[in-house]
Write a protein that binds this ligand. Structure first.
Ligand SMILES: Cc1ncc(COP(=O)(O)O)c(C=O)c1O
Length: 302
């Protein structure tokens, strides 16, 4: 694949219909089932200080999602990697939010059979996006525990990164109404699942807990788990109830949009420790491994 010119679309670029274009030209048909049916999958990786972080893992998860949804794109993994690199080069971004998206596409007029639609692949790179601003992170994020139930895994496979976000978006409004900063939602038994763009972890008596079901298996979640193993911190992968979270010593979120984010308060009630010692160790290790060659895929800006 031909390399885009560096800074050709300074500040961000998209890949639409086989070419790299400015973000203002990144458009899809309003008849695309990605829009009318949420029939879409996507993945979001990041570039930090000029290098992709764990890009292979994001591309792998994306291809698994395509298989599960029976979607096909005309590119292999290596070509998708090149397309993403091109978007970042064209945007001349050192720290970036980089998305790859596949929609079902537009079936022939009147047809209701998804097999007749040609799947569409899109990608784009924007300046890095944080789940919470750095100021908010320092000041302390207040997380609302919503009573809303995340759409069940038997309905929508949560390991396929998807746009089924109405439960999450409604829970964000619940949070804002209460003066909180963001939210997480529960399963039918009141166990904590995930939030808008992140997985949720609690720390109790030095043990790190996160659920093993009903959520997207975040790449930053995986990184946090692997870092616990490296640092000799015990991790337990099992559902935990909202009450267990309220009784936790520390709470943190994991997301490509910010890495490991310590939580200061739950529904306005301060946690015993912020930022807690375990969260701080993981946070520092998360950013430190961005320099390790195995995780880095440097962008060529020449
Ligand atoms: C619903 C949901 N859960 C979890 C995550 C975290 O995943 P990752 O660590 O791969 O960014 C995301 C990321 O956007 C998400 O949308």
């Amino acid at each position: 694949m031909e390399k885009a010119a560096v800074g050709q679309f300074e500040g961000g670029a998209a890949f639409v219909d086989g070419e790299v274009v400015p973000l203002s030209e990144a458009k899809i048909s309003m008849f695309d089932w990605g829009f009318t049916r949420s029939d879409v999958t996507y993945d979001v990786g990041s570039v930090w200080q000029g290098a992709f972080f764990r890009l292979d893992a994001h591309i792998e998860r994306f291809f698994n999602s395509l298989d599960t949804l029976r979607m096909k794109i005309p590119y292999d993994r290596a070509q998708v990697r090149d397309i993403l690199h091109n978007c970042v080069r064209a945007g001349n971004l050192q720290d970036a939010y980089v998305a790859m998206v596949c929609t079902r596409g537009v079936p022939p007029r009147g047809a209701r059979d998804p097999r007749l639609a040609q799947n569409r692949f899109y990608a784009y790179a924007l300046p890095y996006v944080w789940i919470a601003s750095r100021d908010k992170q320092r000041e302390g994020i207040d997380l609302h525990i919503s009573g809303r139930v995340r759409i069940g895994a038997a309905s929508v496979d949560p390991t396929v990164k998807n746009y089924h976000w109405l439960d999450l978006v409604q829970s964000m409004f619940d949070a804002y109404d209460r003066g909180a900063d963001t939210s997480c939602v529960v399963d039918a038994d009141g166990n904590i699942t995930e939030g808008p763009g992140f997985n949720v972890f609690v720390v109790k008596d030095g043990v790190v807990h996160t659920t093993d079901r009903g959520v997207l298996e975040g790449i930053s979640r995986r990184t946090a788990i692997e870092l616990c193993e490296r640092l000799g911190i015990t991790v337990q992968l099992a559902p935990f109830h909202a009450d267990a979270m309220r009784a936790a010593d520390e709470v943190f979120l994991t997301s490509t949009g910010g890495g490991i984010l310590p939580i200061a308060k739950l529904d306005g009630v301060p946690l015993p420790s912020f930022p807690g010692p375990v969260t701080t160790r993981l946070h520092d290790a998360y950013w430190a491994i961005h320099d390790e060659d195995t995780y880095r895929d440097p962008v060529d800006y020449r």
